[in-house]
Design a protein around this ligand. Structure first.
Ligand code: ZN
Length: 255
């Protein structure tokens, strides 16, 4: 199923296979190079070696073109060690889904408050600028995550249908997932998927990502005609893209 290749993401390479040859050798060789977890990925599409910071796992991914010799890969890792350490140290602090923490909903910070069960509400609701979570304290994180996912599904679903209508198209199925390489995707048969984390971004940013995928209903590419279409649907596209770029790690490190 074709999807738009690189929607606002970092995942520009396709996984070919896990690098079995590197799996056993690398950990030993890296002993003296610090304890940053390294994942090796051999990519048919990679033209040169690359390092990618994994903001979710506080790790680094080493992307290699096919048949890269091991010594070259190790040298590359070693020579970029300072860069990797600086980038990992510069990652934004994590925000956990716990009582007292602040979590944005459509870009507006809300304090999480653990409360007694309420007969009027479900297990999670928003009231007076707070996200109130009832029930066992041990389940706050899961309940809040479920709540935000459902909210995300509603927000992206209704926007997708409305924007598609403006273009005279229809959306097939809209799902939300916990993706790390793309904020959204659109398949040739009109199915769309979005990261549930978009519900924490400012409303205009979420709206832009939906418009981006809706525009793929007509243009399954990122050419000039595609961007013209996105511009027609939403204002200040560059600003929203910049926000996503600047805040990607922060969004991925919440919850
Ligand atoms: Zn796209």
């Amino acid at each position: 199923m074709p999807t738009c290749g690189k929607c606002e993401g970092q995942g520009i390479y396709e996984v070919v296979k896990t690098a079995a040859a590197f799996r056993t050798t690398l950990p030993q060789q890296l002993q003296h190079a610090g304890k940053v977890p390294v994942r090796v990925r051999v990519s048919r599409r990679a033209r040169r070696m690359a390092l990618k910071i994994d903001a979710v796992g506080d790790a680094v991914e080493l992307v290699l073109p096919p048949r890269t010799p091991l010594p070259r890969a190790l040298n590359f890792l070693k020579s970029n060690r300072d860069w990797v350490e600086r980038r990992l140290a510069a990652l934004p602090p994590r925000t956990t889904f716990a009582d007292g923490e602040r979590v944005p909903v459509l870009g507006v910070p809300h304090r999480i408050r653990h409360v007694a069960r309420s007969s009027e509400h479900g297990p999670v609701w928003i009231e007076a600028g707070e996200i109130r979570v009832s029930g066992d304290k041990a389940h706050i994180a899961r309940r809040l995550r479920d709540f935000l996912k459902e909210r995300a599904r509603q927000e992206v679903g209704r926007r997708a249908r409305r924007l598609a209508l403006q273009l005279g198209r229809t959306v097939a199925r809209v799902t939300v997932r916990d993706t790390t390489t793309r904020w959204g995707s659109c398949s040739a048969n009109g199915n769309m998927a979005f990261s549930w984390r978009l519900v924490m971004a400012p409303e205009a940013v979420l709206h832009y990502v939906v418009a981006h995928e809706v525009a793929h209903l007509i243009e399954m590419n990122h050419g000039p005609r595609f961007w013209k279409l996105v511009d027609k649907l939403v204002p200040q596209v560059e600003r929203q893209r910049a926000w996503l770029n600047d805040n990607r790690a922060w969004l991925l490190r919440i919850g």
